[in-house]
Design a protein around this ligand. Sequence first.
Ligand SMILES: NC(=O)c1ccc[n+]([C@@H]2O[C@H](COP(=O)([O-])OP(=O)(O)OC[C@H]3O[C@@H](n4cnc5c(N)ncnc54)[C@H](O)[C@@H]3O)[C@@H](O)[C@H]2O)c1
Length: 284
Amino acid sequence: MPVGRGANDVTETHQTHGSVAPGVTGAVGRSVVGSPAPSVTGAAPLPESRDIPQATVTRLATYLRVLGVLTERGTIIVSSEELAAASGVGSAKLRKDLSFLGPNGVRGVGYDVTRLRARIERALGLDRGHKVVLVGVGNLGQALAGYGGFGRRGFSMVGLFDSDPARVGAPVGDLTVRHVDELEQACAELEATIGVISTPDEAAQEVADRLVRAGLRCILSFSPTSLDVPDHVEMRRVDLAVEMQVLSFNSARNTESVPTAPRVRIGHSAVPSTAPRNGSVIAP
Ligand SMILES: NC(=O)c1ccc[n+]([C@@H]2O[C@H](COP(=O)([O-])OP(=O)(O)OC[C@H]3O[C@@H](n4cnc5c(N)ncnc54)[C@H](O)[C@@H]3O)[C@@H](O)[C@H]2O)c1
């Protein structure tokens, strides 16, 4: 059975189903959860984001990605088992994660996809959208700048900066590379909220300092180097080598103890009770 149900697939009787169906591609409107349902923007109060454990925050981002795919497919309602399987987590953990957002879904019915997306986006602070500047427009920087998927998920790339005169002035996607000396002023003009560092490691600290001086409070660094930033700045590092090392470790540990786990793909058969636990299994 495909994951989730589209407008024509919702078969359970529920007093609010009729008001959900028209919202397949549009606004949230009323939800399956009950009446009166809060709107996206006027939703019931969420717990403070800082009360949500970091691991849950990470998984919420995964659920959001899966829900985005479901939305594109016109799915209105998804069960916790289906959403959990497509996200690569157990359904009990998913329900626990979603409980941080307050009441969601209806037992025996499932989650209203649009409403759940809105709640997660709000919890993750994505409902406001983010403007991203990137420093270091080399191999990695150009790949990131050219990736169209960020925009669909609430992150718009607004500025590209580099110190190499040969790169400054070059078009990358819709943007033109600017000199890094313009960074501080440009961040204010562009109302940037996130800075991405994709320079060589030896330049990463200097660039982080510039981003902090520019007033940014969120920095994502692709440098494996540890960077110093003030307490009020949230810093995340992405290191694909570390991720691969973890994969290697898990693979070695699981080789003998776990038989081949079934892959669960959205749009293919969902196997909730045997959902693999490592990472997402959503089809690309
Ligand atoms: N985290 C990961 O998974 C991952 C993966 C690949 C690369 N990286 C890291 O990303 C970094 C970039 O890799 P790359 O292959 O794109 O390198 P690259 O040499 O192709 O690009 C680096 C760019 O940064 C610019 N630059 C250098 N100093 C600068 C400064 N002070 N201010 C602004 N721009 C400056 C350079 O001119 C160049 O355009 C490397 O340090 C590498 O370690 C990380």
